[in-house]
Design a binder for this molecule. Structure first.
Ligand code: PRP
Length: 178
């Protein structure tokens, strides 16, 4: 059987330059909003958020600490919406300012679960920042405090986002047909 050839690069939805410009703006806004709050804890949601978190965190001008959390959503039947905790943060968030960093908000079930879970730990404040959001797919009521882009309901890859673990390191956000 012949080896699989190189894949065509996915068409661009959001270019590297557009992402970079928006991450600059988000970092500036967050730095301003938390300027007098002391250290904040950034919680990146694995795996997808690793690229966005790395870029955002390095552009902040405020004191910050990095944490990660891993969640998995069950996709039995027609998207049951059940979320399971795979790996927790390694620090106590009580009385700390917490900012969740997500790559994508799709149904928002993951974010909803995470906000409930973290809120129960009584942080001083809890906000979330997401790079992209599929507004028409949202099923859970959640507020995204800092948003990069609203996008159409297409399968997107790159900048941390994958299709069956492929394309995560693509430098832009592209569209694929799964
Ligand atoms: C993606 C993404 C979000 C979640 C959003 O994670 O990183 O965490 O889905 O979907 P929702 O709004 O419908 O809950 P995924 O489960 O694909 O895992 P990965 O980040 O490890 O690829």
């Amino acid at each position: 059987m012949p080896a699989e050839g190189p894949r065509e690069p996915p068409p661009v939805l959001i270019s590297e330059e557009e992402i970079s410009g928006r991450v600059d703006e988000l970092a500036a806004q967050i730095s301003l909003d938390y300027a007098d709050k002391g250290e904040i804890i950034l919680i990146g949601v694995l795996k997808g958020a690793f690229v966005f978190l790395a870029d955002l965190a390095r552009r902040l001008t405020i004191e910050r600490r990095i944490e990660f959390i891993a969640l998995s959503s069950y996709q039995y039947g027609a998207e049951s919406g059940a979320v399971r905790l795979l790996m927790d943060v390694r620090t106590d968030v009580r009385d700390r300012h917490v900012l969740i960093v997500e790559d994508i908000v799709d149904t928002a079930n993951t974010l909803h679960y995470l906000i409930d879970m973290l809120r129960a730990r009584e942080p001083a404040s809890l906000r979330c920042c997401a790079l992209v959001r599929k507004k028409e797919r949202i099923r859970s009521e959640v507020e995204v405090d800092y948003l990069g882009f609203d996008i159409p309901d297409r399968w997107v890859v790159g900048y941390g986002l994958d299709l069956r673990e492929q394309y995560r390191t693509l430098p832009y956000i592209g569209i694929v047909d799964p």
